[in-house]
Structures are given as structure tokens and as C-alpha cells.
Write a protein that binds this ligand. Structure first.
Ligand code: ADP
Length: 550
């Protein structure tokens, strides 16, 4: 027997319409690419989104066509999210920090017809446009009369395009399984892989994003600053979840440096922010230097890679900001777990609580997770067994976009998605990611977690950033090399770091050497690039063959 609820498709246009009607006066504030501040409301955003949808129609964009964006976290990018997807086309958010050949690959693979881009990347695209023949038109996200001189073909000014259109639009209704957005993973090995999201998955995940247990911690009382690029996994869902709740958005544009983030947090009275640990290293350093405070900030959501206990402790004890850790990935639409504390963890003594906060948390509703060994046999949730983490759920990718080889490699026979992460699950349901499987260090047949080594090293007050990588070793196959960026002006020795590590890890885990560098390379999504470090230290000469026996 079928139930009798209305069969209304879940489409992203519902979100922007809802925000315009019910949260119309709530502000969206942007630090623009032009350098000034821009303020308007959800009602204003809606009108411009309608104009843009009309413009897309006039440009001949058909349902299913891919429309590329190369844009920062701004109000214009927000309008593009809703106008493109809502009108039935597919927004392809491109990470401009990828290598040029990867950008060319994804534009051609996606067959983008039109490209909207911030002025920041006009010159770069001029050099690449001949290799991207599917793009018919470039639309530059700039004010009227402020078009840069450019050789980009059929270049048009975004504001001129909008000015010519009507500010109402008849949003089409279609199957909720229609594609809405396309995002490529950064592809540290091989070509980037495309994840093609459905309206249904996106709306469901956005609704989940408004739950009080979600790591974004948003509500209609929240002021949210996503310190996350909108080209990185939909800015962690903030642009889709915030309009549902009527959350005030503070968008940092191109400037995600510590000083600008701190300024925005203070001036806009932000209550929740989110970003990768690299951003917070910069923010905490800036605060230390300037004596700044985080008076209105209540919650900092950290994800993308693991924060150290030292970072969690600094936020909590020096700035009275609660850290909510989360784990996620492009293939999951954004977050898969939440570090929102349960009652029993909330009441733990601080040192114990930080250990809970350092885990990747527990699965959000909507995800099923399992850890399995190399044969696919499920492993127990005893906090000890480490296995490959698989997930499934209504907003998890079911295949990669037009890439059978990558799909076959990532999905098991039952359709579960293999995340490529190694994890354990404790008896009280907390997930601990020990590594990406390709970053684990294999020493004498045993595994060493690079994340654990890094976190313990970061407990030394003079260590600013740390990365543990596997380097070939004549006796043990691989051994850990620890690469450290010391704090400015600090005098630090390898022995001092080793002493901190020795308090926490078995002797055979201790890195055989520690090198100090001025800078560690980062990926296009702001995480430590282990691949670049491994390349750099591939021929590393160990100081001596270490005795790692315990
Ligand atoms: P990219 O590959 O560009 O970093 P993703 O954001 O999709 O793109 O990366 C997802 C991966 O990031 C995960 O598979 C995991 O390895 C890592 N990751 C994400 N969040 C965390 C976290 N909280 N702790 C440890 N690793 C994380």
C-alpha cells in the first residue's frame, strides 16, 4: 500500500525560494574580490538569482549542460549555485589551484559550455582557453564598467549580463534525481575523478546540515563564516544549509589569511566558523601576535584533516571557543561524521574530552559505515582493529562521472564506497581515522599512523606544522621521517620533539629522523601535500640504520 504524502521533488530551488520568503531580511556579507565589503539580504540574493537564471536561458544553456565556475566564496558564487542548478543545468565548481593540466582535463571531461570566473583567474584562463574548446563564452565576475582587458573568447561582464534581465523566474519542476552539481576530487594520483550530485542528495544533505548535531552547528540565530572555498566540496554545504535556517552568512572572498578572518569574525560578530587546520594555524598565530580575542565566536568546526590536541586546547582554553571536529570528503557531498559531543562526553574532565574531540566523531544520520580488512571481512568496533572505511547513504556518490575504471576501483560488490581511509571504531561509536591508506607508513610489516605522529609532535609548543611521511628504508621497508615547521623565532631540537613523542608512542614508531623546514607544501584544498613531501624526500639518506626493535 502506498502512503498518501505529496510527491514533491526535492530541488535546490526550494531552498532559495524558502530563504527569500521566510528569511528575506537576513544578511549575506561578502569580502569581495575587489577588496570592499558587500552586504545584501536573502531577498536581494533571490532577485539576482532569478536574473541569472533568465540570463542562462538567454545564453542557450539547456537542462543537463555543465556550467563551470572558478570563483571564490562570495555572494556571486552563491547566486551561481542556485541559478545554474535550479534551472536544471549542472554547476561545475572548479578548483583553480589545481595544476593547469588537471584543470584542462576536468573542463574537457565535464564539457563545460560556459565559464563564470573571478578576475583573479582571467590571465590564467587566457593561457588555457585554446586547450578548452568546449567553452563558448567566458563571463567575468566583475562590476559594470570594470571589465579587465582580456583575450578570453566572447567575454561578458557578469553585472551587465544580470542588468539586462527580469528579477522573477519560473523555476522548473523536474525529477529530483537530476544532476545539480559536479565536483572533481583533487586526484593526487591519476586524473581527478568527477562526483555528480543529485538535487535529492543535495537537499537531503543540506537539511541534515541544519540539525543541531551537525558539525556546522547552524540555526536561525547563528552567524556563520565558512572559511572554506566554495570550490571545495560545496563550501562544506554551508551555502546550501544556511538559507534553510536563515543563517547570516559572512563570506570571506579570496582573503582567507589569519588577519582577514579575524577581522571578519570580530566585525560581523560571527558565532560559528569552519575550515581546515591550516587556516586555524594562521588565525591562532595572528591572535597570538596581536593579542586579539574571539569574543563572539562560540564554535570552530575543523575538518578536512585532523586538528592536533594542542590546537583544540588553545581554542578551548585560551579563546573559550568550542572545537567540533568532522570528517568528510567530496564523494560524501561534505561531512560524514560529527564531533558534536554527546552528554556523556560533554561532562568529561577537559583532558579526556579533548581526546574525544580529536577523534573524527560519529556518523551523521544518513550514513552507514563499516571497516573491513583486505579481504572485505568486517572488523569489530573495539577501538583497536584498523580497517578500510566504507560508507553508503542517500547522498554518497554511487559512481564516478564517466569513469568506469575509477568506479570499479572504489566501490565494492555490494555498492559500498571505499573511502581510501583507514580507521578504527570504538565501542562507543567514535571513528578514528589513522590515515589515508596511501599515507600509512609500513615498517617491518607493521603500520604506523602518520596522523598520530603528527599530532603528538604538535604537542611540542614550538612545533607549528608537522608531517610524517614514509621514506624507503634498507632494513624496515619504510620508516617515518618527520618534517617540521618550527614556530617563528623558536629554537627547537630533534631530541626535544623525540622526547615528546616518546611519551606517547612505542619505540618502533619514533621517526628515524626529524628535519626542520621553513615551509611545508599544501594541496589545492589547503591540506599538507604528503605526495609532494614524499617526492622531495624520496632519495633521503637516513643518518644511520636505526634499531627500531622494541
Ligand atoms: P582532497 O582530496 O582534495 O583533500 P577531500 O576533501 O574530498 O578532497 O578529501 C577527503 C579526505 O580528506 C578524506 O578521505 C580524508 O583522508 C581526509 N580528511 C577529511 N577530514 C578529515 C579529518 N577530520 N581527519 C583526518 N582526515 C580527514
Amino acid at each position: 500500500m502506498q502512503g498518501l504524502t505529496m510527491d514533491m521533488p526535492l530541488l535546490t530551488s526550494m531552498i532559495v525560494k524558502h530563504a527569500a520568503v521566510w528569511h528575506g531580511d537576513v544578511e549575506i556579507v561578502t569580502h569581495r574580490v575587489e577588496g570592499d565589503m558587500h552586504r545584501y539580504t536573502y531577498a536581494d540574493a533571490y532577485k539576482r538569482t532569478c536574473r541569472l537564471a533568465n540570463a542562462l536561458k538567454r545564453l542557450g544553456i539547456q537542462p543537463g549542460d555543465r556550467v563551470g565556475t572558478m570563483a571564490w566564496t562570495t555572494y556571486r558564487h552563491l547566486e551561481l549555485y542556485y541559478a545554474i542548478g535550479g534551472s536544471g543545468a549542472v554547476i561545475h565548481t572548479i578548483n583553480p589551484r589545481l595544476f593547469h593540466d588537471q584543470i584542462e582535463y576536468i573542463i574537457n571531461h565535464a564539457k563545460d559550455r560556459v565559464m563564470f570566473l573571478d578576475t583573479t583567474w582571467v590571465e590564467m584562463m587566457e593561457g588555457m582557453q585554446d586547450k578548452c574548446p568546449t567553452i563558448e563564452k567566458f563571463i567575468i565576475l566583475c562590476d559594470s564598467g570594470k571589465m579587465p582587458e582580456t583575450t578570453l573568447r566572447n567575454a561578458v561582464c557578469f553585472e551587465d549580463l544580470l542588468a539586462a534581465e527580469d528579477d522573477s523566474f519560473d523555476w522548473p519542476e523536474f525529477d529530483e534525481k537530476t544532476a545539480v552539481a559536479l565536483c572533481y576530487t583533487s586526484g593526487t594520483t591519476g586524473n581527478p575523478k568527477g562526483v555528480l550530485y543529485t538535487h535529492r542528495g543535495m537537499v537531503l544533505h543540506a537539511i541534515a546540515g541544519t540539525s543541531s548535531d551537525h558539525p556546522l552547528c547552524i540555526s536561525s540565530r547563528t552567524v556563520l563564516l565558512p572559511a572554506v572555498s566554495m570550490f571545495h566540496v560545496h563550501g562544506w554545504m554551508a551555502p546550501y544549509a544556511a538559507p534553510i535556517s536563515g543563517t547570516k552568512l559572512v563570506l570571506p572572498g579570496p582573503n582567507m589569511h589569519g588577519d582577514n578572518i579575524c577581522r571578519l569574525l570580530e566585525e560581523e560578530k560571527v558565532t560559528v566558523t569552519a575550515g581546515v587546520p591550516t587556516i586555524w594555524i594562521d588565525v591562532l598565530q595572528h591572535l597570538k601576535k596581536t593579542g586579539g580575542r574571539l569574543d563572539t565566536l562560540e564554535i570552530c568546526n575543523i575538518g578536512g584533516s585532523a586538528p592536533s590536541i594542542a590546537m583544540i586546547k588553545t581554542f578551548e582554553e585560551e579563546y573559550d571557543v568550542h572545537v567540533v571536529h568532522a570528517w568528510g570528503m567530496t564523494e560524501l557531498s561534505a561531512a560524514g561524521t560529527t564531533g558534536r559531543l554527546r552528554k556523556r562526553h560533554q561532562d568529561l574532565p577537559a583532558a579526556e574530552r579533548y581526546k574525544v574531540q580529536q577523534t573524527q566523531g560519529r556518523p551523521l544520520f544518513g550514513f552507514e559505515m563499516k571497516i573491513v580488512d583486505l579481504d572485505g571481512t568486517p572488523l569489530p568496533h573495539d577501538g583497536e582493529a584498523v580497517g578500510q572505511l566504507y560508507v553508503r547513504g542517500p547522498w554518497v556518490a554511487s559512481a564516478y562521472f564517466e569513469d568506469d575504471a575509477a568506479t570499479d576501483a572504489a566501490f565494492d560488490a555490494d555498492g559500498w564506497f571505499g573511502t581510501g581511509d583507514m580507521a578504527s571504531v570504538s565501542s562507543d561509536g567514535l571513528i578514528r581515522v589513522s590515515d589515508r591508506s596511501k599515507d600509512l607508513i609500513k615498517s617491518g610489516g607493521e603500520w604506523i599512523s602518520s596522523i598520530d605522529l603528527e599530532n603528538y609532535a604538535l604537542a611540542h609548543p614550538d612545533v607549528m606544522e608537522a608531517a610524517a611521511i614514509a621514506v624507503k628504508h634498507p632494513k624496515w621497508e619504510e620508516r617515518p621521517l618527520l618534517v617540521i615547521v618550527p614556530r617563528e623565532g623558536a629554537e627547537i631540537t630533534a631530541d626535544a620533539v623525540r622526547a615528546v613523542l616518546a611519551d606517547h608512542v612505542a619505540k618502533w614508531w619514533l621517526p628515524d629522523d626529524i628535519v626542520f623546514v621553513e615551509e611545508i607544501p599544501h594541496t589545492a584544498t589547503g591540506k599538507i601535500s604528503k605526495k609532494d613531501l614524499r617526492d622531495r624526500f624520496a632519495e633521503y639518506d637516513w643518518p644511520e640504520i636505526a634499531d627500531t626493535g622494541d
